[in-house]
Design a protein around this ligand. Structure first.
Ligand code: FMN
Length: 177
């Protein structure tokens, strides 16, 4: 598929049908995440894979698992993450964002739906899954086949025009500001 068509096809799926996700497809999604770039190639991601009834445990920590047959709990290892002292940036969330984006797009290509979920109770996840202190949950990623009635939300089409978010920088214009 042409890459931009794939990007356009992805939307946040919040309604899944009961069809299970094939192991081979799940493996491809996880592989796409494994190949994602991370700061200094530290690869701090640690991903819990919940399938079937296990997903109910994640649903206790978030209202946004949407009954998906697979839920990934995407964490980063805060003891193995690039820190840039100069800007005080911790790249844990950035690294997991790259990983999740790869996985969402791979899932889309396989006909699966996903939804990035930032709304969860971190402590509840840590307690439920006995996560070591160093694993910081960054997002949940429900995965499954979209229900027939699944539709992109209104927000999906509300992307700003390029002119609002991109500036072709010009020194003389910047100086006159
Ligand atoms: C960092 C991040 C956090 C998000 N958290 C949630 C969430 O907790 N629940 C949810 O339903 N959607 C969540 N979303 C999905 C966004 O609402 C969605 O991507 C946005 O509205 C654009 O819609 P689209 O993904 O269909 O294009 C999140 C997306 C991102 C990138």
């Amino acid at each position: 598929m042409v890459f931009l068509d794939l990007v356009r096809q992805r939307y946040s799926v919040r309604e899944f049908c009961g069809r299970p996700v094939e192991e081979e497809k799940l493996a491809l999604v996880l592989e796409a995440g494994r190949l994602a770039p991370t700061a200094k190639n530290f690869q701090p991601q640690h991903i819990l894979v919940l399938r079937g009834e296990q997903t109910a445990l994640a649903a206790k920590a978030s209202p946004c698992t949407y009954g998906a047959p697979v839920v990934l709990v995407v964490c980063y290892d805060r003891d193995n993450v690039t820190q840039i002292a100069l800007n005080q940036v911790n790249f844990g969330y950035v690294d997991t964002a790259c990983v999740i984006t790869h996985m969402m797009l791979q899932a889309t290509e396989l006909g699966l739906g996903t939804c990035w979920v930032g709304r969860f109770d971190e402590q509840a996840l840590k307690d439920t899954f006995s996560l070591p202190e160093r694993y910081v949950p960054a997002a949940l990623l429900p995965i499954g086949y979209p229900a027939e009635t699944s539709q992109p939300s209104e927000r999906h089409d509300l992307r700003k025009p390029l002119g609002e978010i991109v500036e072709f920088w010009c020194e003389s214009k910047a100086k006159s500001k």
